[in-house]
Write a protein that binds this ligand. Sequence first.
Ligand code: SF4
Length: 271
Amino acid sequence: MTTLDHLTASSYGQFFKCPAQWDYVHNQGIKIPPGIAAHVGSGLHGAAEANFRQKIVTGVDLPASDLADAAATKYRERVEKDGVLCARDDRPALGRLLSEGVDRAVEFSRVLAATVAPLYRPASVEQFVKYQGPELPVTWVGYIDLTTADNKLVDWKTAGKRWPKGREHKENQATIYRKLFVADRGIEPAATVFEVFFDSKDGAKRDDRTTVRDDADWVALQHGAGIMLRMIEHGDFPPCPPGSWNCSPVWCGLWWVCRHISERQRRLPNV
Ligand code: SF4
């Protein structure tokens, strides 16, 4: 029987995307390297962290060239440390894809420097926060990317295209981080903002998406987490629903070892 002492937004999201994948990673210890897109996100986080950590003390933003260096350095560090998930068909082009990845991270850092960094006066950067409530026998933990002097909670996101309308209201992370913020500060965040950096035909762009959560959202999420804990306790790890976009050799690093993939599914085009 598996016992769990803490939960994160990403673990919760992974479980409900594919419980079988969660089992492989968290119970069987199989590591899935991040894809290039995730490394680009790490690069942007590295640039934001470098800027806002020092801005707490100095009150001024770093030059764009410093943020570009920080983004490229963080991207390369993560690739070296964690490896990279690459579909078999893409392996011959891996060198080019990795080099395009570092260029994207740098482009996003330039947008950060030009349009986003001046907007925020930081109060904390990459702060570790936890919450143990009466609802469940586990602690929720997370690193909040940025909180501001005017009590905003900010999270950095990267995407291949502009988020669809309303996507910010569907992110469970906002409900979890709002609770962590309240547990840490004793007040509601003034706003929860996703700063989304994305590619467009005119180059890298950014969009700010604001959402509001309340206790009703938290109760609903705890209901889901309770189901998750019961399934884990019973060793119940079904595969994701047939036809799920994430169940493919491009998006799931466990595709080639997953025992849940039927022979028919393995014969789909592009597999
Ligand atoms: S291949 Fe599909 S069913 Fe198997 S772990 Fe990955 S997403 Fe889940």
